[in-house]
Design a protein around this ligand. Structure first.
Ligand SMILES: NC(=O)c1ccc[n+]([C@@H]2O[C@H](COP(=O)([O-])OP(=O)(O)OC[C@H]3O[C@@H](n4cnc5c(N)ncnc54)[C@H](OP(=O)(O)O)[C@@H]3O)[C@@H](O)[C@H]2O)c1
Length: 287
């Protein structure tokens, strides 16, 4: 039995699908049975509950031969750092108590760095916690998800412009979450998998390039405009994001800009994955 956290989400849903296609029994975890219906439909056992509930989480990992774990965001929780620490600690404690022998964990490029990376610092801390387990751990470190553009897509389409603080000249590994799920699924299916696996998408992209190519598939002209941090902070807070989350976002972008966040593995056939931003945009149109 393989337990999959976030099985109704982007990467976890794909992991569950890959495992079921390989004939593996899957315990699919999420808070809503309806959102788990897709994976239940392909034979996964839906395990409905909240991973902040210790008894539920212990039950989710009980008897598992392996697990896929991630750190979901909860903007309503009131305090990004505290929420991430609570979830990360609870997951690690439950994995240890259940003695799950193999773990594949979602992290990010940049999680090797302890400080100065905003959002990514909590993934660094989680990698440290998981590394202390008596288990075979694979850490999947993707670049920036294409899905990160989704929250601003409606505004982009309305105005033709995407605003952020990332340097337009900096190329970043950007990846579709389906590729991340495939990489994590492959690691779960490989009994020898361990260590770090970076997942980069097909090519590094600058934000202006990504936005223009996204627009081309969506049938609209889109461009990128870099704005100063104070302008971006005000806009994101105005849009309803908690101020601490905005601070994490801006710090992560600054770490992209100055190279603090960078790939350790480098681009190679092992880190390159197939889904292009055009493929991803076409899947959006189709949906
Ligand atoms: N954005 C990026 O560019 C980027 C890059 C690298 C890494 N990451 C990492 O990727 C993570 C997101 O992964 P993803 O896109 O696969 O996830 P996602 O699509 O955001 O889905 C989150 C999943 O977790 C479940 N979930 C949330 N809170 C839960 C709770 N309290 N109890 C039980 N289940 C819960 C959700 O299901 P229900 O809501 O149905 O319960 C859903 O299945 C981020 O948090 C970050 O750590 C992101």
């Amino acid at each position: 039995m393989i337990t999959v956290l976030g099985a109704s989400g982007n990467t976890g849903g794909r992991v569950a699908r890959r495992l079921r296609e390989a004939g593996q029994p899957v315990r699919a975890v999420g808070r809503d049975a309806a959102r788990l219906a897709d994976v239940a439909g392909i034979g996964a056992e839906a395990h409905v509950g909240d991973i902040t509930d210790a008894a539920f989480l212990a039950d989710a990992f009980r008897g598992a031969d392996a697990a896929y774990v991630l750190m979901p965001l909860d903007l309503a929780a009131g305090g990004y750092r505290a929420q991430q620490e609570q979830v990360g600690t609870a997951i690690t404690a439950a994995l240890g108590a259940a003695r799950v022998p193999r773990v594949v964990a979602l992290s990010a490029v940049g999680a090797d760095v302890a400080r100065g990376t905003g959002f990514l610092e909590t993934l660094h801390e989680q990698e440290q916690r998981l590394g202390a387990l008596d288990a075979q751990v694979t850490v999947v470190r993707p670049g920036l998800f294409f899905e990160s553009f989704l929250p601003s897509l409606a505004a982009m389409q309305a105005t033709g412009v995407h605003h952020d603080t990332i340097d337009p000249a900096v190329p970043l590994p950007m990846v579709a979450t389906v590729d991340v799920g495939d990489a994590a699924g492959a690691a779960l299916l490989d009994p020898a998998a361990a260590g770090v696996r970076e997942v980069h998408g097909p090519e590094d992209l600058t934000v202006p390039d990504a936005v223009a190519r996204l627009g081309a598939v969506l049938g609209t002209s889109l461009r990128y405009e870099r704005v100063p941090e104070d302008v971006m902070r005000a806009a994101l807070v105005d849009a309803g994001l908690p101020p601490d989350v905005v601070t994490e976002h801006l710090a992560m972008n600054a770490a992209f800009n100055d190279g603090t966040v960078h790939s350790l593995a480098g681009r190679s056939p092992a880190t390159t994955t197939p889904t292009s931003i055009e493929d991803w945009a076409r899947s959006l149109v189709a949906a």
